[in-house]
Ligand binder design. Structure first.
Ligand SMILES: [Zn+2]
Ligand SMILES: [Zn+2]
Length: 267
């Protein structure tokens, strides 16, 4: 199979023909059809994250079609369309059992290996590591069964690929991490893969259902470099001050509601 391989952090990746072992117990071989490009992989490639094992195939969000399954595989069949996830779950460890599968003890963060601690890719007999358990910058990849989630075959795979990282990170930040309630105001700094999905998460919890009102004035007052005040606006133009004003306004839902004591919301 072909893959783009990072041999040294800070150097460009190179396309290589790699050997790929057949899937072992509880694993699947996936023919990749689409891969997102995540900023995490850029950190790994440019060396901002230290200690990334090399050589490594990067890529942590992708989608494809199952071509083969290893023995004992329970949930996947050849021909399934799948989204790849960098978060394997065993279903048996402490965290999986208490309903926190994102903290599964079988995960091997930063080690470039599959959950059993080994690799399936090699180049001239030397192991090649798998970024994020899935290594999506490849024509084919072998993953743990729990890292491949079967989906409806009508879903276009180039869009499904994004669900593997940026959608679950952005939407998850709104729904799970921040637990944003309906009617709240949100400030989103940067609308790349994750930021756009924070907005999508906001739409999902917005009140009334699906109606989100972006504050375009705030957007225009902000300097394009997030976190810096707009030139000429001084302290009042600093995004933090704008956020405070926005929080006082309380967003569309709160703006209609009188504050306790009958005072109108302050603008
Ligand atoms: Zn990612
Ligand atoms: Zn587990």
């Amino acid at each position: 199979m072909r893959a783009s391989v990072l041999f040294e952090q800070g150097k460009p990746v190179q396309v290589e023909e790699l050997d790929l072992e057949a899937p072992r117990e509880g694993e699947a071989l996936v023919r990749m059809t689409a891969s997102g490009v995540c900023h995490s992989c850029l950190h790994a490639a440019d060396g901002s994250w230290k200690g990334v094992p090399v050589p490594i195939v990067l890529g942590d969000e992708g989608a494809g079609v199952v071509e083969a399954v290893g023995p004992g595989t329970q949930d996947l069949q050849v021909g399934d369309h799948v989204i790849l996830s960098w978060a394997p779950t065993c279903g048996r460890c402490h965290f999986c059992v208490i309903g926190r599968p994102n903290l599964c003890e079988r995960r091997q963060p930063g080690r470039g290996v599959l959950p059993d601690g080994t690799t399936r890719m090699s180049l001239r007999g030397q192991p090649v590591y798998h970024y994020g358990h899935v290594a999506t910058y490849a024509s084919r990849t072998v993953v743990a069964e729990s890292c491949a989630i079967a989906i409806d075959t009508r879903m276009p795979l180039d869009r499904a690929a994004l669900i593997g990282c940026s959608v679950m990170t952005g939407v998850g930040a709104v729904i799970n991490t921040a637990a944003v309630p309906a009617g709240a105001s949100m400030a989103v700094f940067g609308v790349g893969g994750v930021g756009l999905n924070v907005v999508q998460g906001g739409v999902m919890v917005a009140e009334p259902r699906g109606h989100l009102r972006p504050d375009r004035r705030a957007r225009h007052r902000c300097h394009p470099a997030a976190g810096r005040p707009a030139p000429g606006h001084g302290r009042a133009g600093h995004p933090r001050m704008q956020l405070r004003r926005g929080a006082h306004a309380g967003g569309p839902a709160a703006a209609r509601r009188p504050l306790p004591g009958g005072k109108a919301p302050r603008r």
